[in-house]
Design a protein around this ligand. Structure first.
Ligand SMILES: *Cc1c(COP(=O)(O)O)cnc(C)c1O
Length: 370
């Protein structure tokens, strides 16, 4: 059994994608071809935002947004310690400092009631609290209903890390469209993935969009060789855009298939492990189907039993960011974020992709329930 099966989907779209790739090869237009502009307008329509800029990865999407906003040394950016390292890494790359805020146990997402504490901590450290990066972890949008007004009250602008959440929604708004700017990733294992690296940035803000266009390609000004600010090489190539155009066609259907897989797991596993809950009005993109064991020992036993049956399972995330060696300099200690640390000790993720069969779900469940 595959943890994420990319082959079944590849077989389904192979002919259409290959035709597009051949046309790019024949035109020898590898960078910023018409596929890129077509993809950007389709993604903006899908997310419901005025602008979409494709780029080279989810990490670059986050970085370009922070750079365009002028985040730098002396600034604090609040975020969750229970995420993939890229979320905080981009803050550090700008010279700013990540300030971590604990999560809610039900959603694994940042706790809106703790933002004020984060702002106070930032000030105590002599930093200027500027921005908030909530993460739509495992595909479920963070609690924007509470985050947006609270961030506004505290004077923080929001960069949504929708790298796992793209395809999800809350109160009719699509992931990627929350906050002032949203970032997503098209890494192959994400709900909408390409055949390499890729990402996108979303915003309704005209001025910010223009700045991000500039930062994306070396801080360009009026023409290619006038550089008005420091930027990056953050383009998406035509071939990845072509793959994404075909995948976007079947994405809504695949999200429904993911919903069905999640529902089938939950109905069987409820009671034995804590299954993910999706709040009223929200939809998850199910980047991962993550459950909680009773404790670390129980997790070890369940993952061991699955492995014995040839069923892969993975821990996202075993070491919270505040305890990572790379962030030792921030001075955090064990005990600083009790909810995150508890989740990290018990969480694990089961195989999840749209093409998971009923029999496979049954097999996974029977091992866990044994
Ligand atoms: C995958 C991921 C990223 C980075 O995306 P890349 O395309 O791999 O650079 C950032 N944040 C989160 C939460 C992610 O899951």
């Amino acid at each position: 059994m595959q943890f994420i099966d990319l082959a079944t989907q590849k077989d389904r779209i192979r002919g259409a994608v290959m035709a597009r790739l051949e046309s790019i090869v024949d035109r020898v237009q590898f960078i910023m071809g018409p596929e890129v502009a077509e993809l950007e307008s389709k993604l903006a329509a899908y997310a419901g935002t005025k602008h979409c800029l494709s780029c080279s990865s989810g990490t670059d999407a986050l970085l370009i947004a922070l750079m365009a906003k002028g985040i730098g040394p002396g600034d604090a950016v609040l975020t969750t310690p229970f995420t993939f390292v890229a979320t905080a890494e981009v803050v550090s790359l700008t010279g700013a400092t990540p300030v971590f805020v604990d999560i809610e146990p039900e959603s694994f997402n940042i706790d809106p009631s703790l933002l004020e504490k984060g702002v106070e901590e930032a000030r105590r450290k002599g930093l200027e609290p500027k921005a908030l990066i909530p993460v739509d972890l495992f595909g479920l949008p963070a609690d924007y209903r509470r985050l947006e007004p609270e961030a506004r009250r505290l004077g923080l602008w929001i960069l949504e890390d929708a790298c796992q959440g793209f395809g999800g929604s809350q109160d009719g708004r699509m992931a990627g469209a929350f906050g002032q700017v949203g970032a997503t990733s098209f890494f192959p294992a994400k709900p909408l993935g390409c055949w390499g690296d890729g990402g996108a940035i979303f915003t309704d803000d005209d001025e910010l969009a223009e700045l991000m266009v500039s930062v994306r390609v070396h801080g360009g000004g009026a023409d290619k060789y006038s550089n008005v600010r420091i930027g990056v090489n953050g383009r998406l190539d035509s071939m990845q855009a072509a793959v994404l155009l075909e995948k976007l066609e079947i994405f809504p259907e695949e999200l429904e298939m993911r919903d069905r897989v999640a529902a089938a797991y939950s109905s069987r596993l409820e009671g034995r492990v804590r299954v993910p809950s999706v709040p009223e009005g929200s939809r998850s993109a199910w980047a991962q189907y993550s459950v909680l064991a009773r404790d670390g020992k129980d997790r070890e036993q369940l993952m061991g039993a699955l492995q014995k049956e040839g069923i892969p399972s993975v821990i996202y995330y075993k070491i919270p960011l505040h305890l990572q060696e790379a962030y030792a300099g921030l001075g955090y200690r064990t005990g600083d974020f009790p909810v995150t640390e508890d989740m990290a000790s018990r969480v694990f993720s089961l195989p999840m992709h749209p093409y998971l069969k009923e029999e496979e779900i049954e097999r996974v469940a029977s091992v866990i329930l044994a």
